[in-house]
Ligand binder design. Structure first.
Ligand code: CO
Length: 140
């Protein structure tokens, strides 16, 4: 069921500071860093750092109700938040995960790439929050 690793999500207190780390410490060119976008429905700001075979998703809280506020309280410098795999069909993936006894968090919704996503509880995956993302029709 799992397709390509699409991205690794990293929660950070400041996206701009994190971008600077990738630019100055790792030499990522500006053209591989996307503009920061607000996603009010998810309570986050996001930007992507493109690397050769994947992406790092930088996530910063948008407002005090943000779902990553607690994570950053526990990890004040930021930290790895989730891993995202592509799936062919998000509704089939959701049903399959539920049938296998996994705890799916919420209903399919539009994610940062404009395709449908769900999250699977970390308790089902060795402590790692897993995002499943319907692959983009354009990219394939
Ligand atoms: Co993500």
């Amino acid at each position: 069921m799992l397709g390509r690793l699409n991205h690794v999500g990293v929660a950070v207190p400041s996206i701009e500071a994190a971008k600077d780390t990738y630019r100055t410490l790792y030499g990522v060119p500006e053209s591989d860093i996307t503009p920061t976008r607000e996603m009010p429905e998810q309570g986050v700001k996001v930007a992507f750092v493109n690397v050769a075979n994947s992406q790092i998703e930088l996530i910063e809280p948008l407002g005090p109700q943000s779902p990553i506020v607690k994570f950053l309280e526990k990890n004040p410098q930021g930290g790895q938040h989730h891993v995202c795999f592509e799936v062919k069909n998000i509704y089939e993936a959701r049903d399959e995960m539920k049938a296998r006894g996994a705890t799916v968090l919420g209903e399919p919704r539009i994610g940062a790439h404009g395709t449908l996503i769900i999250f699977v509880h970390p308790k089902n995956s060795n402590g790692v929050l897993i995002e499943l993302m319907e692959e983009s029709k354009e990219a394939h």
